[in-house]
Design a protein around this ligand. Sequence first.
Ligand SMILES: [Zn+2]
Length: 304
Amino acid sequence: MLATPTAVAAKGILLMEYNDNADISGASVNRAGGGVSGGRIAVGGGASLIVLILALIFGFDPSGLLGGGTGSGDTAAANPVTSCTRGSDIAKNRDCRWNAYMASIGQYWSGAPGFPGFKATSMTIFSGQVSTGCGTASSQVGPFYCPVDQVIYIDTAFTAQLLAQLGAKGGDAAEAYIIAHEYGHHIQNLLGTMAKAQSSTLTGAGSASVRLELQADCYAGVWFRHSTDNPNGVVKSVTQDDLNRIIDAAMAVGDDAIQKMQTGQVNPEGWTHGSSAQRKKWVATGFKTGDWTQCDTFSATNLG
Ligand SMILES: [Zn+2]
């Protein structure tokens, strides 16, 4: 079902293939504006950066880690991106790809068989730092989903640097995977899975945190499988190369890979998101089954 790779390189970034006429106007994408954004935080010295992002990469609910605050009204100053309405806009303005990802993922979940009470989430792109319902966040926490205000937050430039630093190939498919993973946390929030998992005190390899993260990976795989179902949808075709980029990104952010990079050793007791192999397995499970109800990492005796 995968076409021959036809992705084209543009400015060194590998694009996915989009439908020019696809409607991407419904995606809620905002840019933090006004006094919300801090200055850009310099990205340098690999080790220190990795330490900072370790706790939260692709995470959710950073309230325990962020510097206090219950979220002021600052995010209300975020400016909706309204200039991206059609798939063809992506070629003119690459920033529109974020609207495209959100539109495509939302389209899948809004019609996902058997899914109760869907409500779309929104995404806020920021630079440096941002005030959220979960407190004030800096780019270093990585992309995350805040269940309090139900918003996905991402510093897109920082995330690209992060993926490169972790040795991931990147590209549109890898970016879309990140957003689909964060959208997966929103789905877990809607289903009550997140609240249940957060009440668990287990830590390490078999913890509820790891199961929650692997489930979000699986949900991302399910979306990707269905991303081309609608001939008028956002994504026109996907290639083996796109899938490889998704798997590659998932593996690059595996806990064991990050631990090896940091300390040269692997300690499953410190895992919060799952190993590279586990993340690959659950993205693949979602993609192969195309069925979100198969992403039951909480019942799995063997996570991978
Ligand atoms: Zn996550």
